[in-house]
Design a protein around this ligand. Structure first.
Ligand SMILES: [Zn+2]
Length: 291
């Protein structure tokens, strides 16, 4: 368990967002990552099924919606879908195809453990995420399953942190297999960015030799010590999908990473007040069932 990062996963202060902009991360990435927990939104209906019709990821991952979503099956060649009771196994068809493909490519090593994707129509979730709204985001565990899951394992997975209390990586939970898993995603041209705990990014910055270009795709963020968050690029031709800010040049192992280990990054531990939600964009109001 990361004492240092995990309690910080619920807040992003204005100061912090401004600092991130100053560091070149950009408002897009700052606002779109997990860990920015907005005020609860109680007036938006929760749909059990997708909005029918062609697939569109509309808006940005932190303020958007999803039409024509498809479900990732509970299991397949090289993956297992977790916590199906949340009904967050939906995505743009491009995301589902991507996961099926990655599962197949990695099947000789094990089975991907797939956590939240999006709700059937995307949109804001009432708990756990600020992003995941447009069907291009997926959370994956750092470990692979070695055999099919039973219902209990699928419904209540053990989510152990790979980060130790002193900011290192637990050798029992992080090794070459984890590095290879994250690298497989970070080097895929369909991926826009990946959020990992700063301790993971730091450890990889210190240990990876040879090709280090893929480290750039790994963006440090609060939490993400028991899963990593993969965001694919806007599906080709989906003009309503808003891409994230371009990644800054370089491997991201310099001063922008160092900031995460300053006292500034550790404050505040509790949000002063809930972060207001952005208004639901006009193109999403019908899909999300709001007037
Ligand atoms: Zn996520």
């Amino acid at each position: 368990m990361s004492k240092f990062f995990k309690p910080l996963a619920r807040n992003a202060s204005r100061v912090r967002v401004l600092l991130l902009i100053a560091l070149g991360l950009g408002a897009g990435s700052a606002m779109a990552a997990d860990g920015v927990q907005p005020a609860a939104l109680t007036s938006v209906p929760v749909f059990a099924k997708p909005y029918p019709g062609p697939a569109h990821s509309i808006g940005s991952p932190a303020n958007g919606c999803l039409a024509g979503a498809v479900a990732l099956p509970l299991s397949g060649t090289g993956w297992e879908t977790l916590r199906p009771g949340r009904n967050r196994y939906w995505g743009n068809p491009a995301l589902v195809a991507f996961l099926e493909d990655m599962g197949g490519r990695l099947a000789s090593q094990g089975r991907l453990l797939v956590l939240d994707m999006a709700q059937p129509r995307g949109g804001h979730m009432t708990f756990a995420h600020a992003a995941h709204q447009t069907g291009v985001d997926v959370d994956l565990m750092y470990r692979l399953a070695t055999e099919p899951l039973n219902d209990e394992q699928r419904a209540a997975p053990v989510l152990d942190s790979v980060v130790t209390s002193d900011g290192g990586l637990d050798p029992a939970r992080w090794g070459d297999a984890q590095t290879a898993l994250v690298k497989a995603f970070a080097t895929d041209p369909r991926v826009e960015r990946i959020f990992v705990n700063p301790a993971i990014k730091r450890a990889l910055c210190q240990s990876v030799t040879g090709d280090r270009n893929w480290l750039r795709t790994l963006r440090p963020w609060w939490g993400h010590d028991e899963h990593f968050h993969v965001r694919i690029k806007c599906p080709p031709g989906d003009g309503a999908c808003i891409a994230g800010a371009a990644l800054p040049p370089g491997d991201g192992c310099g001063k922008e990473l160092a900031w995460w280990f300053t006292p500034e990054a550790a404050l505040p531990k509790q949000p002063a007040k809930p972060k207001p939600l952005p208004p639901i964009r006009a193109e999403c109001r019908t899909i999300l069932g709001v007037e």
